[in-house]
Write a protein that binds this ligand. Structure first.
Ligand code: URA
Length: 452
């Protein structure tokens, strides 16, 4: 029997190295047990150095998809995961296409586990709320969170880039992640008995974590995102942090998000726009339509797609058989960007920093609605939906998988149709736009039939 002790709950490298050696030595899964060392040294010291078998030079190939799945599954809380992955690895050696067998119970199980982990990463991103502890340049931001899976280390870089200029800690029962403006560090979790309540949160934070921060480093950095730009609302100017229950939150309702977004200062666009134009539509929408940014009319009305592009969109939706009242319509950027020209406000395309700064709202809208389909209309919307530059023509007209079973559809922006000078091209392109929307209508029909 081989008793493997991994270095940590998230020790993918350790699992991989050991599993490879075990497979090479034809150790059947029934002869292996997997556990995790509490807070001990790295796995490599334990499982491979003491492994009673040779670690070969060569490699054997497993599908890249398995490696991707395994990296996610390792973060699942199910204690069986290491053994399950090892069983699948052994089976993959005999059947390279095993992962394509969707109804194989073990294949289905690792897919479901990977999905649950991705979902939890997303929930972490959208649920964590930092609260300020201390004041002014001595302040730190702390969030309490209880992840369902071991995703804190994976999620930490996201917070490091979003909240680059403030020192923060994410405290969880498993591990705690800290950002000092320079690097993420990980310390052991806080036990349930130690869980902070009220002023205890600050006490614990100061006792355990304050030492790892170097405020001078942060003070020296020019603030790109002042805290108020990050929708972080300290409870008061007192140093007393809130109860953990106030910190922890699930996906917010659309009305809560709308309220929060009304004060958004994440980029400079709020300065000249009339108001935040948040998305509009039912919480139960199965389709989310994403445009670029509000135009002049939308900025004044506070509603998306109510101007000329909106009229064009309404017409195309009707022709495609989609009821606008049942879809959620939003924009990648939620403030109007323009330059004044006499009495006119001339639309300006949002740039990448503006799109990135605003993406938190799209993410939170998506987490709140959990639609079946997101339709990205135009390049800015596509950049927001895929979180990278995404060419329209190459990607338009077919369904693309996003995380968590959500599909995406890329098409043109209705204002592109308005700008076409030639009537024939306009009619042709309009028809293509309607055809794209019909793909969305078709998906909705199929999902409704499947649910019936
Ligand atoms: N264009 C957009 O992208 N969104 C609107 O809301 C209006 C015009």
């Amino acid at each position: 029997m081989h008793h493997i002790i991994l270095g940590s709950e998230t020790d993918f490298d350790g699992w991989r190295t050991t599993a490879r050696a075990l497979v090479w030595n034809d150790v059947t899964p029934d002869y292996v047990t997997w556990t995790v060392r509490d807070h001990g040294p790295d796995l490599s010291e334990i499982s491979t150095a003491k492994a009673p078998f040779e670690v070969p030079e060569g490699t054997f190939n497993v599908p890249a998809k398995f490696v991707e799945l395994a990296k996610a599954v390792i973060l699942h809380r199910d204690a069986e995961r290491f053994a399950l992955l090892y069983r699948l690895l052994c089976r993959l050696r005999r059947d390279h296409d095993l992962l394509e067998v969707a109804d194989d119970p073990e294949v289905a199980r690792i897919h479901a586990m990977a999905k649950a982990v991705h979902h939890e990463v997303q929930r972490t991103r959208t649920s964590i709320r930092f609260r300020e502890i201390g004041r002014e340049h001595k302040s730190h931001f702390v969030a309490w969170f209880e992840p369902q899976h071991h995703v804190v280390e994976l999620a930490a870089p996201f917070f490091a880039s979003r909240y680059a200029d403030m020192p923060w800690s994410i405290l969880t029962p498993d591990v705690c992640a800290h950002w000092d403006g320079h690097a993420v560090s990980i310390t052991p979790g806080i036990s349930e008995a130690e869980m902070p309540a009220g002023h205890r949160l600050e006490e614990i934070w100061q006792r355990h974590y304050a030492a790892i921060f170097n405020p001078a480093r942060l003070a020296a950095k020019k603030s790109r995102n002042p805290p108020e730009a990050l929708t972080i609302k300290p409870t008061s100017d007192s140093a007393t942090p809130p109860e953990p229950a106030m910190i922890r939150r699930n996906a917010d309702s659309l009305s809560t998000l709308r309220e929060e977004a009304a004060d958004c200062r994440a980029c400079h666009l709020y300065k000249h726009a009339t108001q935040t134009v948040f998305g509009q539509g039912p919480q139960s929408a199965q389709v989310v339509l994403v445009g670029e940014q509000p135009g002049d009319k939308e900025d004044l009305a506070g509603k998306p797609f109510v101007g000329p592009a909106g009229l064009m969109l309404d017409r195309a939706l009707i022709e495609a058989g989609i009821d606008r009242k049942k879809v959620y319509v939003t924009n990648a950027v939620k403030h109007f960007k323009f330059v004044p020209r006499g009495k006119i406000r001339l639309h300006q395309k949002p740039n990448t920093p503006e799109i990135k700064a605003c993406r938190q709202w799209y993410e939170r809208e998506l987490a709140s609605i959990k639609p079946d389909l997101v339709v990205a209309m135009g390049a800015t919307a596509a950049q927001c939906v895929f979180n990278k530059l995404t060419p329209i023509n190459k990607n338009r007209g077919h369904l693309i998988d996003l995380d968590e079973g959500i599909k995406a559809l890329v098409t043109v922006h209705p204002s592109y149709l308005l700008r076409l000078p030639d009537e024939e091209a306009k009619a042709r392109e309009y028809q293509r736009f309607v055809e794209d929307l019909k793909i969305a209508a078709d998906l909705l029909r199929k999902r409704a039939q499947a649910a019936a």
